[in-house]
Design a binder for this molecule. Sequence first.
Ligand code: FES
Length: 109
Amino acid sequence: MITIHLQPHDPTRAEHTLQVQPGQSLMQAAVDANLTGIQADCGGLLTCATCHVLVQKDWLSKLPTMSSDEDGMLAFTAQAREPGSRLSCQIMLTEALDGLQITLPESQY
Ligand code: FES
C-alpha cells in the first residue's frame, strides 16, 4: 500500500489521505474511495478532462511522462491549466509515488 495526500482546493478544508494499492491509476483509486472532486466522466478513456489534478512541484519529476494526448486534453479542464496540471487517469500509481501530494481543482465543470 502507498499513501496519497489530496488537498481540497479550499485550503481551510481537511486533506484527504488515501491508502491505496499501486498498479492502478490515481483516478481509479480516488473514485473507488468515493473522493469528491475527481469526476472522471469518461472512466479513464482520456476524453473528458474531469479528472484534473494539480501535482505539487516536488512530485512532478516522479510522474510518468505526459503523452501528447494528455497534453492536448489539458486544454479542456474547467479550471485553467497550471504547471502542475495532470489528468489523474494517466497517473499510474507505483511504490515511487508513496506520499504523493495532490491539490484538487476548484471544479471539474
Ligand atoms: S477520466 Fe476522463 S480524461 Fe481522465
